[in-house]
Structures are given as C-alpha cells and as structure tokens.
Design a protein around this ligand. Structure first.
Ligand SMILES: [Zn+2]
Length: 204
C-alpha cells in the first residue's frame, strides 16, 4: 500500500500504528489542515518525500489513508498509486453538477422565495452571476446572490453533489474576504450526522 508512513508538519510522523488509531474526525482534521495550507505542501510521504494528501477521509466504504498526488510517487519505494490531483477531482465533480436541471431549478426557486422577503433589494438578485476576484485571486460564480436591506450581501451555494474540501475552503475564504454572507444549501443536514461525506467539509 502506497504512503505507509507520512509526516505532517506540526503534527509529526504517522506510521501504520498511529494511522490505525485515528478516528474519522482525526483524518478530516488532517485533511482540512492540508487543504488550508495549499498551495504549500503540509504532508509528505516518508518513502519518497513527495507531498501527500488524505484520501477517503469521509468515505463509509474505504478506509482513510495518505496518498501521493497524481503523477507523484513514481520514485517511491512503496509504489505509486492511482491518486488524482485536486484539479482533476474538481473537474469530475463539477462537470454535470452545476448544470443539472435540478440544480438550476433550485437556484431559481431560492431567488423566487428571497424576492418575497420585504427586505429584498429590488434588482439585486442574480442567478449564476460572476463576481470579480479581489486582488490576484480568481472570481466566483455564486449560484444565487442578493442583498437584504439592513443585512447586507448574501451568496447561496446549492450543493447537491459531494463537496470537495479545497473548493469549500476556497469559496468560504473568498466570500469572507468580500464581506458576503455565504449560505450552503444541501439536500439534508443534521448536527448528529455531520460526518456524512455529503456535508462533512462544509460542516468542518
Ligand atoms: Zn512515496
């Protein structure tokens, strides 16, 4: 199995024994740290010293584990693995998701409902409109955005497919920096079920 031992900056070495003792929440915390540090690598395979990340942190079918990024681990004595890099994962998750009829319909219904609120600022509602970047970053296409009188700017992200941690973090940071209140709309969510893969990254 690839990446038998990993070193995470600030947390130390994770050998197989230490990994076996980790709970799901521990794996999610490590993954969150790695994602927050991006693009700086935070975890490394001790076999080849290349950057590593956490896979299957929220899976109910596979055990969480450290893995090389795609194209990494070629010189690793423990062997490479079939890891995909974050951009490939992002592409595969978002292809088909953002454009699905259900997603589109949800966005329109959100705006329709919001426009009934007396605090809704006329003309402020946009579905899938572009927001320019602040500084050097990239812009965003919030699913729905609108302004409420006295409450400020809002963005709604309709998340119908499993979330990708790097994307969740990036969006959260962006909206925070813009002073926009971000609301995640997910199919189901209860506090005793936050470990579900669907919402774990958003809850985190
Ligand atoms: Zn390695």
């Amino acid at each position: 199995m690839p990446v038998r031992k990993a070193r995470v900056l600030g947390l130390g070495v994770y050998d197989e024994v230490r990994q076996a003792g980790l709970q799901s929440q521990d794996w999610q915390d490590i993954r969150t740290r790695i994602n927050h540090a991006r693009p700086e690598p935070l975890a490394f395979c001790l076999g080849c010293n290349e950057p590593a990340h956490v896979k299957a942190a929220t899976s109910t079918e596979r055990s969480p584990h450290f893995a090389h990024y795609k194209g990494g681990g070629l010189s690793c004595p423990w062997g490479e693995d079939g890891g995909r890099n974050p951009d490939d994962v992002r592409a595969s998750i978002y292809a088909g998701n953002q454009e699905s009829p259900l997603h589109k319909s949800m966005c329109n219904q959100v705006l329709e409902l919001i426009s009934l609120d007396p605090r809704y600022e006329l003309g402020s509602g946009v579905v899938d409109g572009y927001l320019p970047p602040n500084g050097a970053g990239r812009g965003r296409w919030p699913d729905v955005r609108f302004n409420l009188d006295g409450l400020g700017k809002f963005a709604v992200e309709v998340q119908l497919a499993p979330s990708l941690a790097t994307e969740v973090v990036a969006r959260s940071k962006y909206y925070l920096s813009q002073g926009i209140h971000l609301i995640w709309l997910v199919p189901w969510y209860t506090f005793d079920r936050v470990a579900r893969a669907f919402t774990a990254d958003i809850a985190q």
